[in-house]
Ligand binder design. Structure first.
Ligand SMILES: [Zn+2]
Length: 188
C-alpha cells in the first residue's frame, strides 16, 4: 500500500515537472490560433495587441507583439535539419524555407534569406543603444527577430529569428521520399 502511494506521488511529481517545463513545446504553441491564421491567405492582418493577447500563447505574445527576445539556445528549431517551411506562428504567413536555414551558432534559428521580399518587413531599430534592423512578419507585422550582415553566401545576411514565433511544417514530398528510402533500405 505504501509502495502504491509512493509510486502515485512520484507520478504526480513528474506530471508537475512536465507541466512546468513543457511550456515551449510545439504542442503548447499550437493550442491557440487566431481566426486569421492561414498558410494561403495573404490579406494583411491588423489587430490590436489587446486582441492578440486573447488568442496568443503568452510566450508568443511577448516576442511577437512586445518585441521580446526568447532565451538563446532554447529553440528546438535552432539545430533542426528537417526539410519544410517555417511559418509565422501568429498569422501562418510563409516566412522561410529550410533550404535557407543554417547553423550560425548565435543561439537562435538563423536563415540567409526569406521566402520572398514580401514575406517579411525590415525596419530600423535603434533601441538599447544599438543600430539594428528589425525583422517583422510581412502579413501581421509581428516581431520576428533581427537582420545582420554576417551571414553566409549567397546573400551574406543572417536573419536571426526567435523560434517561438515560428511554426514548422515538414515538406510533404520530402517526407514521402525519406519514408520510401527508409522502406527500400530496410527491405534490402
Ligand atoms: Zn504573421
Amino acid at each position: 500500500m505504501k509502495r502504491t502511494m509512493a509510486l502515485l506521488l512520484s507520478g504526480m511529481f513528474t506530471c508537475f515537472l512536465q507541466s512546468c517545463y513543457g511550456q515551449s513545446s510545439p504542442a503548447g504553441q499550437n493550442e491557440k490560433k487566431s481566426t486569421e491564421y492561414s498558410h494561403t491567405d495573404t490579406e494583411p492582418v491588423n489587430k490590436s495587441n489587446k486582441d492578440w493577447q486573447k488568442v496568443l500563447a503568452p510566450e508568443v505574445y511577448e516576442v511577437a507583439r512586445l518585441k521580446g527576445t526568447e532565451r538563446p539556445f532554447t529553440s528546438e528549431y535552432e539545430h533542426s535539419k528537417e526539410v519544410g517551411t517555417f511559418y509565422c506562428a501568429v498569422c501562418g504567413n510563409a516566412l522561410f524555407k529550410s533550404d535557407a536555414k543554417y547553423e550560425s551558432g548565435c543561439g537562435w534559428p538563423s536563415f540567409f534569406e526569406p521566402i520572398s521580399k514580401k514575406s517579411i518587413i525590415e525596419a530600423a531599430d535603434n533601441s538599447y543603444g544599438m543600430q539594428r534592423t528589425e525583422v517583422m512578419c510581412g502579413r501581421c507585422k509581428s516581431h520576428l527577430g533581427h537582420l545582420f550582415n554576417d551571414g553566409p553566401p549567397p546573400t551574406g545576411l543572417r536573419y536571426c529569428i526567435n523560434g517561438v514565433v515560428l511554426d514548422f511544417e515538414k515538406a510533404k514530398t520530402a517526407e514521402k521520399t525519406y519514408n520510401n528510402r527508409k522502406k527500400s533500405n530496410s527491405g534490402s
